[in-house]
Design a binder for this molecule. Structure first.
Ligand code: ADP
Ligand code: MG
Length: 292
């Protein structure tokens, strides 16, 4: 049976915009020793904007954007939405309907446009060596500004790149610092490369980070962290975060996250408010003292 103290803490949480799917999660939250965050859409706003476009000499920027956006139209990734938005505003032609579309989680999209194969995604997806060599390694320089680099590949090689910047939420640094005050270790997990990750981790004040994590690697990292810290929370918003949310002692979803994240999580931050996490932890610690 649910203790009155638990019930009152759950409704107290709900009033503050923190939805607990059961008393046990509220109880567990007060016991966590570390907390892992997804980057995109969790620590950052998840609304990336295109900042630079670079093309191979035989192509125009319009052609590159047209082909990239025609594929990205079929992806649900926030980077895809930003590329489509930018391309539609920038180049006049209607998008082309690709064939054999494939959306590869944590990597990118590929498909055939007018009989030719195109790929849009990270270096690993389009061919790491070619990506690193494009314009004498310019991608590396761009990533050091905290930008995400998306490569476009056609049958001749790297056709160009598009960089995007996703701003850190203004409340991320405060939220992280309150978690440190509660004695927690903070970690960021991201599919982005380390050059980009380090900038975002620094801006958020996060203790450590793991970059280039494919969705299944997020789970592996989380298991490692669980062995080290015993009890751990994970905060995320994406479909690709769901397995990690399920693995954590307490999975926390951003309220504006995807349905899968919301369903998998034990706790939902109804208004995406990261500072509520430390508040919820204090609430839990208080409740645990009462019911002990
Ligand atoms: P995050 O952990 O930042 O949410 P994901 O795991 O979703 O990232 O993706 C990891 C990386 O894969 C992205 O940083 C991007 O480089 C690439 N990627 C994934 N999906 C797409 C897409 N639709 N278009 C371009 N790049 C993509
Ligand atoms: Mg995300």
């Amino acid at each position: 049976s649910v203790m009155p103290a638990t019930l009152s803490a759950i409704s107290n949480g709900a009033r503050r915009g923190i939805l607990f799917k059961g008393g046990v999660h509220l109880e567990n939250l007060g016991k966590i020793r570390a907390i892992a965050f997804d980057k995109t859409g969790t620590l950052t706003k998840g609304k990336p904007e295109v900042t630079d476009v670079m093309v191979r000499d035989d192509l125009s920027e319009e052609e590159l954007l047209l082909h990239a956006a025609s594929l990205e139209k079929y992806s649900h990734h926030p980077l895809a939405a930003a590329i489509v938005h930018y391309a539609v505003n920038k180049q006049g032609k209607p998008l082309i309907i690709p064939k054999n579309m494939e959306d590869v989680a944590g990597s990118g999209v590929q498909g055939s446009i007018e009989g030719h194969l195109w790929k849009v995604g990270n270096a690993g997806f389009v061919g790491r060596e070619d990506a690193e060599q494009f314009r004498e390694g310019i991608a590396d320089e761009l990533a050091k500004d905290g930008k995400t680099v998306v490569f476009v590949r056609d049958e001749l090689g790297i056709a160009g790149l598009i960089t995007l910047k996703d701003a850190v939420r203004c409340e991320s640094a405060d939220a992280v610092s309150s978690l440190h005050e509660e004695g927690l270790h903070t970690v960021m997990l991201t599919g982005d490369i380390s050059q980009t990750a380090v900038v975002i981790a620094k801006e958020s004040g996060i203790d450590s980070y793991y970059a280039s994590c494919l969705p299944e690697m997020k789970v592996e990292r989380l298991k490692e962290l669980k062995r080290r810290f015993k009890t751990i929370a994970m905060v995320g918003d994406g479909i690709n975060d769901a397995p990690a949310l399920a693995t954590a002692t307490v999975g926390i979803a951003m309220g504006q996250g995807t349905d899968v994240a919301l369903e998998t999580a034990d706790v939902v931050l109804m208004k995406n408010e990261l500072p509520k996490i430390a508040e919820a932890i204090r609430l839990s610690k208080k409740m645990n003292r009462i019911i002990k």
